[in-house]
Design a protein around this ligand. Structure first.
Ligand code: MTE
Length: 318
């Protein structure tokens, strides 16, 4: 059972995320009848041998992706998490340790020439690991600055040779209520799903992370393999991916299905378009008392604005 002693995330919660935002997102769930009903099972710490190829990290730093503000403290970035499979609080570290991450198979299927079922270890030994420093902006108006290790999403997709007819990439997280008991709450649309267009997926910024802070990913951060799309709100960065499907149907994401009036397909960061229940103009960097202005596309307009030039009429910023 989780103790109620003062732990780091209790402090961080109050420092970085306005109480009303956290409550507001929970209110969406409550309004849908989705309050957290299950107690979190005790954490089951797993042995270090579950880590896959730690010697490959951090990989060489890619100088094209650096930051103009300090990195978030590692302890904070790895203890203040959103991972609803393990609970709707930020305090899911213990519960997430129940996830078995080795072996870990990733399926790439759908509109591809050569469907793949790849072991994570084979993937990280095949694709060169690099390190990139990225901003991360959560829709709840907190942010972090993280050194991710991994490879471009395009490099992974290319292993399966996507067909020209594919228009979207659909990502799916594991489904295993034995290890993630929140998935027993059948009114949530499990498994967690996200999607990108093929053009977004091929953009240089779209990244698959298998590591963070020079080590393999921790379970609470989406081990052993997650998406990182820094120009979009953080909920697009789906964790612990099991299946990637190339398709001509636009995927409906987990949050879009739960609250379509609040969360959309595109979810590009834009300070001028408020969430229906709060402003997106400012953000609170984790571990910092300040409030800083949020930037269009989270500061990555140069790399991605062109993707949306022809898309007037779409709700690009929700
Ligand atoms: N992926 C899954 N499978 N389940 C989740 O609940 N939460 C998302 C995203 N990916 C989530 C997920 C949200 S809302 C955010 S802000 C980021 O993960 C948080 O990543 P972090 O915990 O590493 O900071």
């Amino acid at each position: 059972m989780l103790t109620r002693s003062r732990r780091i995330w209790d402090v961080i919660d109050h420092r970085v995320t306005d109480e009303h935002l956290v409550l507001n997102r929970r209110r969406l769930l409550a309004g849908l009848g989705l309050g957290s009903a299950l107690a979190v099972l005790p954490g089951r710490p797993r042995a270090a041998e579950e880590l896959t190829a730690p010697e490959l990290y951090p990989g060489s730093r890619n100088p094209a992706y650096v930051l103009d503000r300090p990195l978030t403290d590692e302890t904070i970035a790895t203890t203040y998490n959103n991972f609803y499979e393990f609970g709707s609080s930020k305090n899911i570290v213990d519960a997430a340790q129940a996830l078995t991450i080795r072996p870990w198979l990733v399926t790439i299927d759908g509109m591809v020439e050569t469907p793949q079922e790849l072991d994570l270890e084979a993937i990280v030994r095949r694709l060169p690991i690099e390190e990139r420093l990225y901003r991360h902006r959560c829709v709840e108006a907190w942010s972090m600055d993280v050194p991710w290790s991994g490879f471009p999403l395009k490099a992974l997709l290319d292993l399966a040779r996507p067909l020209g007819s594919a228009q979207y990439v659909r990502f799916e997280t594991f489904l295993n209520p034995d290890e993630a008991p929140e998935q027993l709450q059948s009114w949530y649309p499990w498994p967690y799903v996200e999607g990108l267009t093929v053009a977004e997926a091929a953009n240089e910024l779209a990244f698959i992370a298998t590591g963070m802070y020079g080590k393999p990913l921790k379970k609470q951060n989406g081990a052993p393999i997650r998406l990182v799309t820094p120009w979009k709100y953080g909920f697009k960065s789906i964790k612990s991916i099991r299946r990637i499907t190339l398709t001509d149907q636009r995927p409906v994401s987990y949050w879009e299905e739960l609250g379509p009036s609040e969360y959309g397909f595109w979810a590009n960061v834009n300070p001028d378009v408020p969430h229906p229940r709060w402003s997106q103009a400012y953000e609170r960097p984790l571990g910092d008392f300040s409030s800083v202005p949020t930037r269009l596309f989270n500061g990555y307009a140069e790399q991605v604005a062109g993707l949306y030039a022809e898309l007037e009429g779409e709700e690009l910023y929700k």
